[in-house]
Design a protein around this ligand. Structure first.
Ligand SMILES: [Zn+2]
Ligand SMILES: [Zn+2]
Length: 250
């Protein structure tokens, strides 16, 4: 019953977000970045993240076309209204600067149009970095990587995927996935109650692992995410909001 409900919810959202998912995938596949893959892999073997995310973003060239294409897909996916899109198009915007602000985790703008602009840039930034991370990981193993930060870009994971034999982490920024030996908190390593508490959201198919010792949280699910990560993140936005309202950080 629980599984059926969660599947239906994520399938409905996935259908609604199809225009956005298609644009994201198209940017991810077609984007061109300048990336020294052998050098990045050497860095990973030495225990350092493969690349600097801001540097990679800066090599993609003009993002203007991708920006307005992605913005239109927000409207087609029901994430933005036509008046909101009109307001966005009337603004003078710098998509590269917006993508960099997302990449650096700068706080969200208060202005609603600029907030939408940041969300659009986030989709592009993620597509570009995911492209770079895929190029780096293709045919390469992260098995030597033991840190809880992303082996590609050095950011924190926002998702953990658990199977019977392993726990993998997913980078919030570039979607890289790597195995971890940590069973609980990725911040301080605590792994037992009462330090680590898991709150289930069965209707979403997720649980939130909260660390009372250091105040970090991470969203977890059993088994591979059924939808693209973009959709999974939107589906579970409420979990982030609830955790952050409790003063926890990702
Ligand atoms: Zn990453
Ligand atoms: Zn902790």
């Amino acid at each position: 019953m629980i599984t059926r409900r969660s599947t239906a919810a994520s399938r409905n959202l996935a259908e609604q977000l199809q225009p956005l998912v298609r644009v994201h995938e198209s940017i991810r596949v077609r984007t061109k970045v300048s990336l020294d893959v052998p050098r990045g892999r050497t860095r990973v073997r030495a225990g350092r993240p493969a690349f600097d995310a801001a540097d990679v973003l800066s090599t993609t060239g003009d993002l203007t076309k991708s920006f307005y294409r992605t913005a239109a897909s927000f409207e087609h996916s029901g994430l933005a209204t036509t008046p909101q899109l009109t307001a966005l198009r009337e603004r003078s915007l710098d998509p590269a600067r917006l993508a960099l602000a997302w990449c650096n985790g700068e706080s969200l703008p208060r202005d609603t149009t600029m907030r939408l602009a940041r969300s659009v840039a986030a989709v592009i930034g993620n597509a570009v970095l995911s492209h770079a991370a895929t190029a780096l990981a293709d045919g390469f193993s992260f098995s030597s990587w033991k840190r809880p930060q992303c082996p590609c870009c050095g950011a924190s994971p926002d998702l953990a995927v658990i199977t019977d034999t392993r726990r993998s982490l997913v980078c919030w920024r570039c979607d890289s996935t790597w195995r971890t030996d940590l069973a609980g908190c990725i911040g301080c390593g605590a792994d037992l109650a009462p330090d680590v508490v898991r709150i289930a959201s069965p209707h979403l198919g997720y649980q939130v692992a909260i660390c009372n010792a250091c105040g970090r949280y991470i969203k977890e699910r059993r088994g591979a995410p059924p939808q693209p990560l973009l959709v999974e993140r939107m589906l579970t936005l409420g979990l982030d909001e609830a955790a952050q309202q409790r003063g926890l950080r990702a």
